[in-house]
Design a protein around this ligand. Structure first.
Ligand code: HMG
Ligand code: MG
Length: 323
């Protein structure tokens, strides 16, 4: 049934790679995205139009977008590619590429299942210290900037996802994150026109009771479950427990990263996102439908972690492959 359907947002090519110190070849990034697109994933975060001196690994996101537009891969289901934009400068860089490639992509206003979908993502923080470290401005200023980014995105017909980071723990302020503040920020972003709020447990400090309390607070603030995605990092191994709590609450959109890749450059010590392999397997054990080919994702996780010279951080990936 439709209530059993979950959407997995694959963030590996962006959240997974952004923190890697060694420059990853463009061809590897493109191969990663194309392989993921063949597994049944419907949303893949492909890059980030941020300042290259802040996040050098994402500097070739224009080339990635260009490739997606000009040589779209054949996928079993329509795929939307998401790109982060922290300000109007980032959005304008993305928009310029889109304007150079008219008719080559699908938007919210003009959907076309035969073309790659393009989506924009903005990212706020739940604490002032994280906002300063990640965006070099306070929360209020960031929300004003995002309002402009969202409005310009909407004018281009694009769907917008909005993250709120450090919702369950902050590297600088600890557990002292106010869920009411998270709800207030999410409400502001929705009022600005965001289509989906992704609540980021950037540090992996989230626990089952605190995840539950946060979601109850979101509901009390009038935010609908269908507008919420959960973005868990597995630093403390709590991501799937928190996912179970979120499912129980009625959330049906979850972010994950193939091979458990990831970490945030402005969140010291943060490890990877919950692995897509683990997420898909977990959903299957619950009878939920992801539409994602677990074996396919496991192969990709083994391949990309080897390419990066890292350990495969997906327990399920390793088990499935007998590795
Ligand atoms: P700033 O230094 O205050 O920006 O940074 P500025 O406006 O003063 O500009 C400084 C320079 O950057 C200028 O260049 C601008 O042109 C350039 P210069 O004149 O010095 O040569 N610039 C840009 N270049 C390209 N694209 C742009 C752009 N903007 C300015 N968009 C800024 C402010 C927001 C730009 C900076 O703080 C930034 O890029 N931050 C992004 C940090 C980031 O990407 N973090 C990781 C993503 S968030 C995350 O991972 C969390 C998430 O996964 C959820 C979770 O787990 O919680 C989403
Ligand atoms: Mg993240």
């Amino acid at each position: 049934s439709s209530d059993n359907r979950v959407k997995i947002v694959e963030v590996g090519p962006r959240d997974g790679l952004q923190n890697e110190k060694k420059a990853i070849p463009l061809a590897t990034k493109i191969e990663l995205i194309e392989r993921l697109a063949r597994t049944g994933l419907t949303t893949i975060e492909a890059g980030s139009f941020v300042a290259p001196k802040w996040v050098p690994q994402m500097a070739n996101s224009s080339e990635i977008m260009e490739h997606i537009l000009q040589q779209p891969v054949e996928a079993p289901v329509p795929v939307t590619y998401s790109f982060l934009a922290p300000n109007t400068k980032g959005l304008q860089n993305a928009a310029a590429l889109l304007k150079q490639n008219p008719g080559r992509f699908s938007t919210q206003l003009e959907p076309d299942v035969k073309k790659p979908g393009i989506e924009v993502a903005v990212f706020a923080a739940a604490t002032e210290s994280f906002s300063q470290k990640n965006l070099n401005c306070d929360i209020k200023t960031s929300l004003e900037r995002f309002r402009a980014v969202i409005q310009e995105s909407k004018a281009l017909g694009l769907r917008v996802r909005a993250y709120v980071s450090v919702v369950l723990g902050c590297p600088f302020e600890g557990f002292d994150v106010d869920p009411h503040k998270v709800a207030e920020i999410a409400t502001d972003l929705l009022e600005s026109g965001a289509d989906e709020i992704s609540l980021g447990d950037t540090t992996g400090m989230g626990t089952a009771p605190r995840t539950s309390a946060l979601l109850r607070c979101m509901s009390a603030a009038g935010i609908r479950n269908e507008d919420i995605a959960m973005h868990f990092h597995d630093t403390y191994g709590q991501a799937l427990v928190n996912t179970a709590v979120s499912l129980e609450h009625g959330i049906r959109i979850f972010d994950s990263s193939v091979g458990g890749l990831g970490g945030c450059p402005y969140s010291p010590g943060a490890t990877g996102n919950v692995a897509t392999e683990n997420m898909v397997y977990f959903m299957e054990t619950l009878g939920m439908e992801t539409g994602v080919d677990l074996d396919g994702v496991a192969d990709i996780g083994a391949w990309i972690t080897q390419e990066l010279g890292k350990a495969n951080d997906s327990s399920v990936g390793k088990a499935v492959l007998g590795a």
